[in-house]
Design a protein around this ligand. Structure first.
Ligand code: CP3
Length: 343
Protein backbone atom coordinates (compact mmCIF):
# COMPACT_ATOMS: atom_id res chain seq x y z
CA UNK A 1 0.00 0.00 0.00
CA UNK A 2 2.83 2.43 0.78
CA UNK A 3 3.74 2.07 -2.93
CA UNK A 4 0.40 3.45 -4.07
CA UNK A 5 0.74 6.43 -6.42
CA UNK A 6 -1.30 8.66 -4.16
CA UNK A 7 0.82 7.97 -1.07
CA UNK A 8 4.05 8.32 -3.04
CA UNK A 9 2.93 11.71 -4.31
CA UNK A 10 2.11 12.79 -0.74
CA UNK A 11 5.74 11.98 0.07
CA UNK A 12 6.95 13.76 -3.11
CA UNK A 13 8.36 10.54 -4.59
CA UNK A 14 8.30 10.03 -8.39
CA UNK A 15 5.21 8.24 -9.73
CA UNK A 16 4.29 6.45 -12.99
CA UNK A 17 1.33 8.83 -13.55
CA UNK A 18 -0.18 11.72 -11.61
CA UNK A 19 -2.58 10.42 -8.94
CA UNK A 20 -6.10 11.80 -8.99
CA UNK A 21 -9.07 11.78 -6.65
CA UNK A 22 -11.96 14.20 -6.25
CA UNK A 23 -13.36 15.96 -3.23
CA UNK A 24 -17.02 14.90 -2.96
CA UNK A 25 -16.36 11.99 -5.32
CA UNK A 26 -19.24 10.21 -3.59
CA UNK A 27 -22.52 12.09 -3.85
CA UNK A 28 -25.54 13.27 -5.72
CA UNK A 29 -23.97 13.41 -9.19
CA UNK A 30 -23.97 9.58 -9.13
CA UNK A 31 -27.20 7.68 -9.89
CA UNK A 32 -26.31 4.88 -7.46
CA UNK A 33 -25.88 7.43 -4.64
CA UNK A 34 -29.22 9.09 -5.44
CA UNK A 35 -30.90 5.66 -5.46
CA UNK A 36 -29.61 4.96 -1.96
CA UNK A 37 -30.64 8.44 -0.78
CA UNK A 38 -34.24 7.73 -1.78
CA UNK A 39 -34.37 5.18 1.02
CA UNK A 40 -31.96 6.68 3.58
CA UNK A 41 -31.19 10.15 4.90
CA UNK A 42 -27.64 11.52 4.70
CA UNK A 43 -27.23 11.04 8.47
CA UNK A 44 -28.50 7.44 8.23
CA UNK A 45 -25.80 6.72 5.68
CA UNK A 46 -23.15 8.41 7.83
CA UNK A 47 -24.23 6.44 10.92
CA UNK A 48 -24.56 3.02 9.29
CA UNK A 49 -21.14 1.44 8.61
CA UNK A 50 -22.49 -0.85 5.84
CA UNK A 51 -24.13 2.05 3.99
CA UNK A 52 -21.12 4.32 4.48
CA UNK A 53 -18.92 1.55 3.09
CA UNK A 54 -21.16 1.10 0.06
CA UNK A 55 -21.15 4.83 -0.76
CA UNK A 56 -17.37 5.14 -0.24
CA UNK A 57 -16.86 2.40 -2.82
CA UNK A 58 -19.29 3.73 -5.45
CA UNK A 59 -16.81 6.13 -7.12
CA UNK A 60 -13.93 3.64 -6.76
CA UNK A 61 -15.86 1.15 -8.89
CA UNK A 62 -16.77 3.63 -11.62
CA UNK A 63 -13.95 6.16 -11.83
CA UNK A 64 -10.17 5.68 -12.15
CA UNK A 65 -9.47 7.34 -8.81
CA UNK A 66 -6.23 6.70 -6.95
CA UNK A 67 -7.76 7.08 -3.49
CA UNK A 68 -11.04 6.48 -1.71
CA UNK A 69 -12.34 9.01 0.82
CA UNK A 70 -14.29 7.86 3.82
CA UNK A 71 -17.98 8.71 3.38
CA UNK A 72 -18.95 10.79 6.38
CA UNK A 73 -19.60 14.45 7.10
CA UNK A 74 -17.54 17.22 8.56
CA UNK A 75 -20.25 18.09 11.09
CA UNK A 76 -20.57 14.68 12.83
CA UNK A 77 -18.44 15.73 15.85
CA UNK A 78 -20.83 18.60 16.63
CA UNK A 79 -23.62 16.43 18.05
CA UNK A 80 -21.58 14.61 20.74
CA UNK A 81 -20.16 18.03 21.76
CA UNK A 82 -23.69 19.18 22.50
CA UNK A 83 -24.66 20.76 19.15
CA UNK A 84 -27.25 18.54 17.44
CA UNK A 85 -28.03 19.31 13.78
CA UNK A 86 -29.84 17.98 10.75
CA UNK A 87 -29.56 18.30 6.97
CA UNK A 88 -32.52 20.14 5.49
CA UNK A 89 -33.37 19.26 1.90
CA UNK A 90 -32.22 21.99 -0.47
CA UNK A 91 -30.74 24.10 2.31
CA UNK A 92 -27.87 22.16 3.78
CA UNK A 93 -26.96 21.70 7.43
CA UNK A 94 -28.94 23.32 10.23
CA UNK A 95 -27.64 23.41 13.81
CA UNK A 96 -30.56 23.19 16.27
CA UNK A 97 -29.24 25.77 18.74
CA UNK A 98 -26.26 27.67 17.35
CA UNK A 99 -23.69 29.21 19.70
CA UNK A 100 -24.65 32.81 20.49
CA UNK A 101 -22.62 33.72 23.55
CA UNK A 102 -19.55 32.74 25.60
CA UNK A 103 -21.94 30.99 28.03
CA UNK A 104 -23.04 28.64 25.24
CA UNK A 105 -19.40 27.64 24.77
CA UNK A 106 -19.10 26.78 28.49
CA UNK A 107 -21.81 24.15 28.06
CA UNK A 108 -20.00 22.20 25.31
CA UNK A 109 -18.09 19.04 26.14
CA UNK A 110 -15.06 17.15 24.90
CA UNK A 111 -16.06 13.57 24.04
CA UNK A 112 -14.38 10.25 23.30
CA UNK A 113 -14.60 9.62 19.52
CA UNK A 114 -13.99 5.89 20.03
CA UNK A 115 -17.37 5.80 21.79
CA UNK A 116 -19.54 8.53 20.26
CA UNK A 117 -18.28 8.13 16.68
CA UNK A 118 -17.48 4.41 16.83
CA UNK A 119 -19.66 3.84 13.74
CA UNK A 120 -17.21 5.90 11.66
CA UNK A 121 -14.28 3.85 12.95
CA UNK A 122 -16.18 0.65 12.26
CA UNK A 123 -16.88 1.82 8.70
CA UNK A 124 -13.12 2.37 8.17
CA UNK A 125 -12.45 -1.30 8.99
CA UNK A 126 -15.20 -2.48 6.62
CA UNK A 127 -14.05 -0.17 3.81
CA UNK A 128 -10.44 -1.35 4.09
CA UNK A 129 -11.61 -4.96 3.93
CA UNK A 130 -13.65 -4.22 0.78
CA UNK A 131 -10.90 -2.14 -0.83
CA UNK A 132 -8.43 -4.99 -0.23
CA UNK A 133 -5.47 -2.79 -1.11
CA UNK A 134 -6.90 -1.48 -4.39
CA UNK A 135 -6.40 2.17 -3.45
CA UNK A 136 -5.52 3.96 -0.18
CA UNK A 137 -8.28 5.32 2.05
CA UNK A 138 -8.34 8.97 3.13
CA UNK A 139 -9.90 9.89 6.47
CA UNK A 140 -10.91 13.47 7.21
CA UNK A 141 -12.25 16.04 9.63
CA UNK A 142 -12.91 19.77 9.78
CA UNK A 143 -10.51 22.45 10.97
CA UNK A 144 -11.52 24.57 13.99
CA UNK A 145 -12.40 27.72 12.03
CA UNK A 146 -14.75 25.96 9.61
CA UNK A 147 -16.37 23.89 12.37
CA UNK A 148 -16.78 26.98 14.58
CA UNK A 149 -18.38 28.83 11.66
CA UNK A 150 -21.11 26.16 11.36
CA UNK A 151 -21.58 26.01 15.14
CA UNK A 152 -22.02 29.80 15.34
CA UNK A 153 -23.83 30.60 12.07
CA UNK A 154 -26.10 27.56 12.41
CA UNK A 155 -25.56 26.70 8.75
CA UNK A 156 -23.89 28.14 5.72
CA UNK A 157 -23.06 31.84 5.65
CA UNK A 158 -21.94 34.31 3.03
CA UNK A 159 -20.24 36.85 5.28
CA UNK A 160 -19.52 34.94 8.53
CA UNK A 161 -20.72 37.99 10.46
CA UNK A 162 -21.76 36.10 13.60
CA UNK A 163 -18.56 34.07 13.59
CA UNK A 164 -16.36 37.13 13.29
CA UNK A 165 -18.39 39.08 15.85
CA UNK A 166 -17.76 36.38 18.42
CA UNK A 167 -14.12 36.11 17.36
CA UNK A 168 -13.44 39.86 17.66
CA UNK A 169 -15.82 40.52 20.56
CA UNK A 170 -14.90 37.59 22.79
CA UNK A 171 -11.44 36.45 21.72
CA UNK A 172 -10.86 34.40 24.87
CA UNK A 173 -14.06 32.43 24.34
CA UNK A 174 -13.23 32.04 20.65
CA UNK A 175 -9.84 30.55 21.50
CA UNK A 176 -11.42 28.26 24.09
CA UNK A 177 -13.94 27.00 21.53
CA UNK A 178 -11.31 26.44 18.84
CA UNK A 179 -8.94 24.77 21.28
CA UNK A 180 -11.76 22.39 22.20
CA UNK A 181 -12.33 21.63 18.50
CA UNK A 182 -8.59 21.09 18.02
CA UNK A 183 -8.41 18.62 20.92
CA UNK A 184 -11.44 16.70 19.66
CA UNK A 185 -10.38 16.66 16.00
CA UNK A 186 -6.79 15.65 16.78
CA UNK A 187 -8.12 12.76 18.85
CA UNK A 188 -10.73 11.85 16.22
CA UNK A 189 -8.17 11.79 13.39
CA UNK A 190 -5.81 9.68 15.49
CA UNK A 191 -8.71 7.29 16.10
CA UNK A 192 -9.32 7.16 12.32
CA UNK A 193 -5.62 6.36 11.81
CA UNK A 194 -5.81 3.62 14.48
CA UNK A 195 -8.85 2.24 12.63
CA UNK A 196 -6.82 2.02 9.42
CA UNK A 197 -6.99 5.12 7.17
CA UNK A 198 -3.85 5.62 5.04
CA UNK A 199 -3.87 9.45 5.00
CA UNK A 200 -5.99 12.26 6.45
CA UNK A 201 -7.29 15.53 5.06
CA UNK A 202 -8.20 18.51 7.25
CA UNK A 203 -10.90 20.64 5.57
CA UNK A 204 -10.81 24.35 6.37
CA UNK A 205 -13.28 25.11 3.61
CA UNK A 206 -14.26 28.64 4.64
CA UNK A 207 -11.07 29.98 6.22
CA UNK A 208 -10.44 32.11 3.12
CA UNK A 209 -12.78 34.68 4.62
CA UNK A 210 -9.99 35.67 7.06
CA UNK A 211 -7.19 38.15 6.31
CA UNK A 212 -3.66 36.72 6.72
CA UNK A 213 -3.20 38.53 10.05
CA UNK A 214 -6.54 37.25 11.38
CA UNK A 215 -5.75 33.76 10.11
CA UNK A 216 -2.51 33.80 12.10
CA UNK A 217 -4.19 35.11 15.23
CA UNK A 218 -7.48 33.23 15.25
CA UNK A 219 -7.08 30.03 13.24
CA UNK A 220 -3.46 28.96 12.77
CA UNK A 221 -2.58 27.93 16.37
CA UNK A 222 -5.64 25.68 16.58
CA UNK A 223 -5.19 23.99 13.19
CA UNK A 224 -1.51 23.53 14.04
CA UNK A 225 -2.47 21.71 17.22
CA UNK A 226 -4.31 19.12 15.10
CA UNK A 227 -1.35 18.52 12.78
CA UNK A 228 0.99 18.34 15.78
CA UNK A 229 -1.26 15.71 17.36
CA UNK A 230 -0.99 13.52 14.22
CA UNK A 231 2.73 14.05 13.71
CA UNK A 232 4.19 11.79 11.04
CA UNK A 233 1.85 8.81 11.53
CA UNK A 234 0.32 9.11 8.02
CA UNK A 235 0.53 11.71 5.23
CA UNK A 236 -1.61 14.78 5.95
CA UNK A 237 -3.42 17.11 3.54
CA UNK A 238 -4.44 20.63 4.53
CA UNK A 239 -7.23 22.05 2.38
CA UNK A 240 -8.94 25.43 2.23
CA UNK A 241 -10.58 27.66 -0.38
CA UNK A 242 -10.11 31.37 -1.01
CA UNK A 243 -6.61 31.01 0.42
CA UNK A 244 -4.67 32.90 -2.29
CA UNK A 245 -3.33 35.36 0.31
CA UNK A 246 -2.84 32.84 3.13
CA UNK A 247 -1.12 29.86 1.48
CA UNK A 248 2.14 30.35 3.39
CA UNK A 249 0.22 30.59 6.66
CA UNK A 250 -1.79 27.46 5.86
CA UNK A 251 1.49 25.69 5.21
CA UNK A 252 2.86 26.92 8.55
CA UNK A 253 -0.17 25.45 10.32
CA UNK A 254 0.75 22.01 9.00
CA UNK A 255 0.17 19.37 6.36
CA UNK A 256 2.51 17.43 4.07
CA UNK A 257 0.24 18.34 1.15
CA UNK A 258 -1.37 21.77 0.74
CA UNK A 259 -4.66 22.06 -1.16
CA UNK A 260 -4.81 24.85 -3.74
CA UNK A 261 -8.07 26.17 -5.21
CA UNK A 262 -8.52 27.33 -8.83
CA UNK A 263 -8.09 31.03 -7.98
CA UNK A 264 -4.29 30.62 -7.81
CA UNK A 265 -2.13 29.30 -10.67
CA UNK A 266 -0.75 26.07 -9.23
CA UNK A 267 2.88 26.84 -10.14
CA UNK A 268 2.79 30.22 -8.36
CA UNK A 269 1.09 28.59 -5.38
CA UNK A 270 3.66 25.81 -5.19
CA UNK A 271 6.56 28.25 -5.38
CA UNK A 272 5.10 30.19 -2.46
CA UNK A 273 4.31 27.07 -0.41
CA UNK A 274 7.79 25.71 -1.12
CA UNK A 275 8.96 22.58 -2.87
CA UNK A 276 9.45 20.80 0.45
CA UNK A 277 5.66 20.32 0.43
CA UNK A 278 3.37 18.46 -1.97
CA UNK A 279 0.36 20.21 -3.52
CA UNK A 280 -3.16 19.08 -4.39
CA UNK A 281 -5.44 20.70 -6.95
CA UNK A 282 -6.66 22.71 -8.64
CA UNK A 283 -9.27 22.48 -11.43
CA UNK A 284 -12.40 24.65 -11.08
CA UNK A 285 -15.21 22.13 -10.37
CA UNK A 286 -17.51 24.12 -12.66
CA UNK A 287 -15.40 23.06 -15.65
CA UNK A 288 -16.68 19.50 -15.18
CA UNK A 289 -20.13 20.66 -16.26
CA UNK A 290 -18.70 21.06 -19.77
CA UNK A 291 -17.75 21.65 -22.50
CA UNK A 292 -15.21 18.85 -22.06
CA UNK A 293 -12.67 20.46 -24.40
CA UNK A 294 -12.32 23.33 -21.97
CA UNK A 295 -12.05 20.89 -19.04
CA UNK A 296 -9.23 19.10 -20.87
CA UNK A 297 -7.37 22.26 -21.92
CA UNK A 298 -7.46 23.61 -18.37
CA UNK A 299 -6.21 20.20 -17.15
CA UNK A 300 -3.34 20.47 -19.66
CA UNK A 301 -2.54 23.89 -18.27
CA UNK A 302 -2.35 22.55 -14.70
CA UNK A 303 -0.15 19.59 -15.72
CA UNK A 304 2.14 21.90 -17.72
CA UNK A 305 2.52 24.29 -14.81
CA UNK A 306 3.41 21.39 -12.52
CA UNK A 307 5.89 20.18 -15.16
CA UNK A 308 6.18 16.65 -13.79
CA UNK A 309 7.63 17.77 -10.46
CA UNK A 310 7.08 14.93 -7.94
CA UNK A 311 4.49 15.77 -5.28
CA UNK A 312 1.40 16.78 -7.25
CA UNK A 313 -1.97 15.18 -6.58
CA UNK A 314 -4.60 16.13 -9.14
CA UNK A 315 -7.94 17.21 -7.67
CA UNK A 316 -10.50 19.97 -8.03
CA UNK A 317 -10.22 23.27 -6.20
CA UNK A 318 -13.36 22.26 -4.25
CA UNK A 319 -15.98 19.50 -4.34
CA UNK A 320 -17.74 18.01 -7.38
CA UNK A 321 -21.03 19.83 -8.04
CA UNK A 322 -24.24 17.76 -7.87
CA UNK A 323 -25.16 18.53 -11.53
CA UNK A 324 -21.86 17.15 -12.89
CA UNK A 325 -22.25 14.40 -15.56
CA UNK A 326 -20.55 11.28 -14.21
CA UNK A 327 -19.04 10.63 -17.67
CA UNK A 328 -17.07 13.86 -17.40
CA UNK A 329 -15.57 12.75 -14.11
CA UNK A 330 -14.63 9.38 -15.64
CA UNK A 331 -13.08 11.07 -18.68
CA UNK A 332 -11.15 13.53 -16.56
CA UNK A 333 -9.56 10.85 -14.35
CA UNK A 334 -8.52 8.86 -17.43
CA UNK A 335 -7.22 12.02 -19.08
CA UNK A 336 -5.04 12.96 -16.11
CA UNK A 337 -3.52 9.48 -16.07
CA UNK A 338 -2.88 9.23 -19.81
CA UNK A 339 -1.56 12.81 -20.15
CA UNK A 340 0.85 12.45 -17.25
CA UNK A 341 2.04 8.88 -17.87
CA UNK A 342 5.83 8.68 -17.54
CA UNK A 343 7.79 6.04 -19.40
O1 CP3 B 1 -16.88 11.95 -1.30
C1 CP3 B 1 -16.48 12.67 -0.38
O2 CP3 B 1 -15.79 13.71 -0.58
C2 CP3 B 1 -16.75 12.26 1.05
C3 CP3 B 1 -17.93 12.75 1.63
C4 CP3 B 1 -18.07 14.12 2.26
C5 CP3 B 1 -19.34 14.64 2.61
N1 CP3 B 1 -19.14 15.80 3.29
C6 CP3 B 1 -20.64 14.03 2.34
C7 CP3 B 1 -21.78 14.93 2.08
C8 CP3 B 1 -17.10 15.01 2.70
C9 CP3 B 1 -15.59 14.96 2.56
C10 CP3 B 1 -17.80 16.07 3.34
C11 CP3 B 1 -17.13 17.21 3.99
C12 CP3 B 1 -17.90 18.42 4.27
N2 CP3 B 1 -19.16 18.51 4.80
C13 CP3 B 1 -17.40 19.72 4.14
C14 CP3 B 1 -16.00 20.07 3.72
C15 CP3 B 1 -15.86 19.92 2.26
C16 CP3 B 1 -16.31 21.07 1.47
O3 CP3 B 1 -17.16 20.86 0.59
O4 CP3 B 1 -15.81 22.17 1.71
C17 CP3 B 1 -18.40 20.62 4.53
C18 CP3 B 1 -18.32 22.12 4.52
C19 CP3 B 1 -19.51 19.83 4.95
C20 CP3 B 1 -20.79 20.30 5.50
C21 CP3 B 1 -21.90 19.99 4.58
N3 CP3 B 1 -22.39 18.71 4.37
C22 CP3 B 1 -22.65 20.89 3.79
C23 CP3 B 1 -22.40 22.37 3.73
C24 CP3 B 1 -23.60 20.13 3.10
C25 CP3 B 1 -24.70 20.65 2.22
C26 CP3 B 1 -24.20 21.13 0.93
C27 CP3 B 1 -24.57 20.18 -0.16
O5 CP3 B 1 -23.70 19.86 -0.99
O6 CP3 B 1 -25.73 19.78 -0.20
C28 CP3 B 1 -23.40 18.78 3.43
C29 CP3 B 1 -24.13 17.63 2.91
C30 CP3 B 1 -23.33 16.52 2.33
N4 CP3 B 1 -22.24 15.94 2.89
C31 CP3 B 1 -23.61 15.88 1.11
C32 CP3 B 1 -22.63 14.87 0.95
C33 CP3 B 1 -22.49 13.88 -0.18
C34 CP3 B 1 -24.79 16.23 0.21
C35 CP3 B 1 -25.54 15.03 -0.21
C36 CP3 B 1 -26.95 14.78 0.23
O7 CP3 B 1 -27.69 15.65 0.72
O8 CP3 B 1 -27.27 13.61 0.01
Amino acid sequence: MTNARFLKACRREPVDATPVWFMRQAGRYMAEYRALRERHTLLDICRNPDLATEVTLQPVRRIEVDAAILFSDLLLPLEPMGLPFDFIKGEGPQIETPIESPEDIDKLRIFEPRESLSHVLEAIGLIQRELAGRVPLIGFAGAPFTLASYAIEGGHSNNFARTKSLMYGHPESWHRLCDMFATIIGDYLNAQIDAGVDAVQVFDSWVGTLSPADYREFALPHTKKIFDAIGTRVPTIHFGTGTATTLEDLRDAGGDVIGVDWRSPIDDAWERIGYDHAVQGNLDPTLLLGPVQRMFSQTDDILERVGGRPGHIFNLGHGILPTTPVEHVQMLAQYVHSSSRRR
